[in-house]
Design a protein around this ligand. Structure first.
Ligand code: KG4
Ligand code: ZN
Length: 334
């Protein structure tokens, strides 16, 4: 069975083909990131225009790479949200028109669930529950997947961790997106040079990342000269704290639920320190952690095809009346 996945929730336009729900035949991603960089963040109008101008070419390229023809496609899966309304509408409209014209089943997919289910591309079928850590530019959350449903355990009360990376990079005069830049700068820095206090929160499994951004701002005001000479120390110290808080969240969620399997998803899971610390969780605490391959870590349509295919297997179908939902929640909360 050939499944088409379509992802246009933010600045990427992506189409993928999946064979029998597990073999990725192609996963073509066209990013508009370069066009946003001068503005220091995503400009929704540029993102949706890019999706509109590129979706047909991306679809044809994905078909060519997969070696499939239009008549072989049997299922259409598309990101319904959360994301930018203009970008989402491009993918949804394309998917609906395609499914309607070919009389195919259509599945609307939650982008955040798909980030976690990207792990199933490698793990295959799994039995039993897992914890999910979502770390992206717009979301930071811990969820529990059990008996076919996602239940929220905790989430950021203010900024997402990726947002904090981007904002701290901006304060330091670094380029956008800040995550990869800080990650590589941090390699040469001393992570213990500056200390950041973990914010006190009412809920143990919640996160907060806006205070650390303000702390960085104050540091830059006070010690701007020293930091200019040695920016790597600040990058390393910020990264050390942010990753520490995420790891603590995972450990606490595992202790509370007794679940020792964790799926990680979202752009920040590309982070080298986070990947290293998550891996060592299994050695130190017997927690097995899965992180998607880099190709399936940032926004991509293969994860959408996979998530949609899993819904299809459970008998779930979306009607042609579905529309983009920029605020689509996972587990009814985030
Ligand atoms: O999931 P994603 O591709 O897009 C959404 O937000 O949905 O995540 C993008 C975020 C950005 O904030 C970017 O700075 C961050 O992921 N990011 C990283 C790294 N690579 C991307 N953050 C930390 N370290 C990285 N290596
Ligand atoms: Zn994403």
């Amino acid at each position: 069975m050939i499944t088409l996945g379509i992802e246009t929730s933010c600045d990427e336009t992506s189409c993928a083909f999946l064979e029998d729900g597990n073999k990725v035949l192609s996963n073509v991603i066209s990013s508009s990131l370069e066009r946003h960089a001068p503005y220091g963040g995503i400009v929704p109008e540029i993102a949706s225009r890019h999706a509109l101008e590129n979706i047909r070419a991306v679809f044809h390229e994905a078909m060519r790479k997969a070696g499939v023809s239009v008549s072989e496609i049997q299922l259409v899966c598309v990101t319904q949200g959360p994301g930018l309304i203009g970008s989402l509408l491009v993918g949804i409209s394309f998917a609906k028109a395609f499914a309607y014209s070919r009389k195919l089943d259509l599945i609307g997919v939650n982008h955040l669930e798909a980030h976690l289910e990207a792990n199933l591309l490698e793990a295959g079928e799994i039995n039993g529950p897992y914890l999910g850590l979502i770390v992206s530019g717009g979301h930071t959350a811990l969820v529990l997947y059990q008996n076919g449903t996602f239940t929220p355990l905790g989430h950021t009360v203010d900024d997402a961790v990726g947002e904090a990376y981007d904002k701290v990079a901006k304060l330091m005069g670094l380029s956008y997106p800040g995550g990869p830049v800080i990650d590589s700068l941090a390699q040469q820095g001393n992570p213990l040079r500056y200390r950041f206090t973990k914010p006190k929160l009412d809920q143990e499994l919640d996160f907060s990342f806006s205070g650390i951004k303000t702390a960085v701002l104050h540091l830059l005001e006070k010690e701007g000269g020293a930091i200019k000479n040695q920016p790597a120390d600040l990058a390393a110290s910020f990264q050390h704290a942010a990753v520490d808080w995420l790891i603590e969240g995972v450990k606490n969620a595992s202790r509370r639920t007794g679940i020792k399997r964790v799926f990680v998803g979202g752009g920040v899971s590309a982070n080298s320190l986070l990947r290293m610390r998550l891996k060592s969780l299994s050695e130190e605490h017997g927690i097995s952690v899965m992180i998607p391959k880099l190709e399936f870590t940032t926004d991509n349509a293969a994860m959408i095809a996979k998530s949609g295919y899993e819904k299809y297997r459970k008998g779930i179908r979306s009607g042609l009346e579905i529309s983009a939902n920029p605020n689509l929640k996972i587990g009814g909360v985030f």
